[in-house]
Ligand binder design. Structure first.
Ligand SMILES: Cc1cc2nc3c(=O)[nH]c(=O)nc-3n(C[C@H](O)[C@H](O)[C@H](O)COP(=O)(O)OP(=O)(O)OC[C@H]3O[C@@H](n4cnc5c(N)ncnc54)[C@H](O)[C@@H]3O)c2cc1C
Length: 382
């Protein structure tokens, strides 16, 4: 099915990206998964090809293109067969550098955004504290002001790119007594190598290629140069950008389930039991048809959200609905696809099994399904 939201430039970008992923990513996925690391060289190559920060101003190295290019990127990355890599790049492109672009001064953009566009630097966003994830306003990572310096203390967890990122956008309380508490949150840029900053890589059940880390701040000295935007405005910036984040994660979810569906169709047409292929058995044919239908429904909804969001419409309700639907869909499709693969579907060496553990993350990151439903409930007047 073709969709009219994309122009020939968008489709040209899609073709270039597909070719790049087929040549530079697909052959190396297993190596990256085993090493628990994405090599630096791929970030540099992506930067050279214009696959990083393409929506940002050419003054800082971007291409100044519209947000629908992000959608194409997310869908194709979802279909590359490595969700860990896809999520790492999405965090860099759509979830962290966005704050430098939206809130940064000219000087801050030159210093931190430009190297993220060339791929010299990798970026992360650290919101989640060990004691507060969904409830962002309750984070306790905080700063004390000493003269013109901010002294940062606290801990973050589950941070994508958190161990290898060069630049980390950190949400911290600059006013612990603010009422309501979310008014006390500010955003800072913390550079790798800052004295007092350390991190520990976490072992996950999936998405192994991407590094996910705990980050510790022990009297990290920051100045006003590190503050993004105004003090106390961090929460609003986070809530604003979370819409893009949820849209992109949903589209990656649609991409990865399409990939799983394609693999499942191929397998069902080859595997025989009781003298016929699995695809000839009606119960399995229908299961696969249901998978294809639900992916198509979610894709149509996602594209509609993407087109409206690119026009600047405020569609918090719809994007929350999309994230909740896709978060649940990926898990259902992962379950059905592994079932159709039988015992092979449970073997880590089978792609579908690996992707099943990868997609489990999608109903959690960027806001859980329950939190999406709470947002929707408020929006529909409950
Ligand atoms: C792979 C991965 C990558 C991640 N990357 C990042 C990152 O780069 N940066 C970052 O800052 N964070 C990141 N996270 C953290 C992620 O955003 C949080 O895990 C998520 O927001 C949930 O927060 P929590 O883990 O503290 O769960 P909690 O908030 O403790 O929630 C636990 C459970 O309670 C439910 N719950 C909570 N409140 C309510 C409510 N009001 N009503 C109903 N149910 C509720 C939740 O839905 C969930 O099921 C990542 C997480 C994962 C798994």
């Amino acid at each position: 099915m073709t969709y009219s939201i994309f122009t020939s430039e968008h489709e040209q970008f899609r073709e270039q990206l597909k070719k790049f992923l087929a040549e530079k990513v697909t052959p190396f996925i297993l190596e990256w998964e085993q090493n628990r690391e994405i090599p630096r060289s791929i970030w540099h190559e992506m930067g050279e090809m214009g696959f990083l920060g393409f929506c940002y101003d050419p003054e800082f190295g971007g291409l100044g293109v519209d947000d629908l290019f992000r959608v194409i990127m997310a869908e194709e990355m979802g279909m590359c067969g490595c969700l860990g890599f896809a999520v790492s790049v999405a965090v860099h492109n759509d979830m962290s550098t966005t704050y430098i672009n939206d809130l940064g001064t000219e000087e801050q953009k030159q210093r931190w955004l430009s190297p993220c566009i060339t791929g010299k630097s990798v970026c992360a966003i650290a919101i989640t504290d060990p004691g507060a994830g969904s409830d962002v306003a309750s984070i306790t990572t905080s700063t004390e002001k000493k003269g013109s310096e901010y002294i940062l203390n606290g801990q973050k967890t589950f941070i994508t790119n958190g161990h290898y990122a060069d630049v980390i956008i950190v949400a911290a309380k600059t006013d612990k007594s603010a009422e309501p508490p979310h008014r006390g949150i500010s955003l800072f840029v913390v550079e790798r190598g800052a004295p007092g900053l350390s991190s520990r890589k976490l072992e996950k059940i999936g998405c192994h290629a991407s590094d996910t880390a705990e980050i510790f701040f022990d009297d990290v000295k920051l100045t006003e140069q590190n503050l993004l935007g105004e003090e106390g405005q961090g929460f609003y910036a986070l809530m604003n950008n979370l819409q893009l984040e949820r849209l992109i994660l949903s589209i990656e979810g649609i991409g990865v389930t399409q990939y799983i569906l394609d693999k499942t169709i191929t397998y069902a047409k080859e595997r025989k039991a009781f003298g016929k292929t699995l695809s000839e058995m009606q119960v399995i044919r229908h299961k696969i048809v249901d998978m294809a239908t639900t992916i198509e429904q979610n894709r149509a909804f996602a594209y509609s959200c993407a087109a409206r969001s690119a026009k600047g419409e405020n569609i918090v309700k719809e994007i929350s609905m999309l994230k909740a639907c896709v978060g649940e869909m990926v898990n259902r499709i992962g379950y059905d696809a592994t079932e159709i693969h039988g015992g092979y579907g449970y073997m880590a060496e089978y792609e579908v099994a690996r992707l099943y553990t990868d997609i489990r993350s999608l109903s959690i990151i960027g806001g859980t399904t329950e939190i999406m439903k709470e947002i929707i409930a408020k929006k529909i007047g409950l």
